[in-house]
Design a protein around this ligand. Structure first.
Ligand code: AMP
Length: 215
């Protein structure tokens, strides 16, 4: 079986995490989010955690050297022998070049397009389950039982510290400067799919379903 890696690219709040998990189940591939991995590492009491906090809390990207090393190591593991859904990596051209040189797989890229206004509104209400990472929104997508995760039953539902407005604006600037050039890069490289991420969750899932059949 060819190793398939599906890259999810889009601004903060575009639904990559939510849709990435749905797509992973559909294609029976694991979902890796570099942001989720970093948030977990950042809870430890180490020098690496302190460094990660510094970058993430200010909304800036973590140095590529650290991310590249981590991804290369992760993708060598047997868990990902058939591929994965990669959410949040690569995040700039340096990472994309590294990835292309060091990872042998069939690559597809899904680009989630979203306006800044919608992104800011979505992020303002976003919270997630600390245990399984399921994502909710206090304005329009709460769990069925208040305070209890639909997916795993955990009651540890938390807001991300880097979702406060000041940090979100920096993250969006970083996205435009560093990540957006990847759209042209992957358009030229192979299977590239465009999603209108302004649509609601169910509509985007339908679009993704159609894409999943072509991947
Ligand atoms: P995310 O959950 O994808 O929004 O990522 C949260 C934060 O983690 C980002 O604002 C960055 O500080 C860091 N991060 C996640 N993925 C990467 C990456 N590929 N390169 C650099 N920093 C990253």
């Amino acid at each position: 079986m060819t190793k398939k890696i599906i890259l999810l690219i889009g601004p903060p709040g575009s639904g990559k995490g939510t849709q990435g998990k749905i797509l992973a189940e559909k294609l029976m591939l694991p979902h890796i989010s570099t942001g989720e991995i970093f948030r977990k590492i950042a809870t430890s009491n180490t020098e690496e955690a302190r460094l990660l906090h510094e970058y993430m809390d200010s909304g800036r990207l973590v140095p590529s050297e650290l991310v590249n090393r981590m991804i290369k190591r992760a993708l060598l593991s047997d868990d990902y022998k058939n591929g994965c859904i990669l959410d949040g990596y690569p995040r700039n051209l340096e990472q994309a070049e590294y990835f292309s040189k060091n990872v042998d797989a069939e690559i597809s890229c899904i680009f989630f397009n979203l306006t800044d206004e919608v992104a800011i509104k979505r992020i303002a209400g976003r919270y997630s389950c600390e245990s399984c990472g399921n994502i909710y929104n206090k304005y329009y997508d709460n769990p069925k039982v208040e305070g209890v995760c639909d997916n795993c039953g955990s009651t540890e539902l938390i807001f991300r510290s880097d979702d406060e407005q000041k940090t979100v604006l920096v993250r969006m600037e970083e996205y435009k400067k560093e990540t957006l050039p990847l759209v042209d890069y992957y358009k030229k490289k192979g299977k590239f799919f465009y999603i209108n991420a302004t649509a609601n969750k169910e509509e985007v899932t339908e679009e993704i379903d159609l894409i999943a059949k072509r991947i």
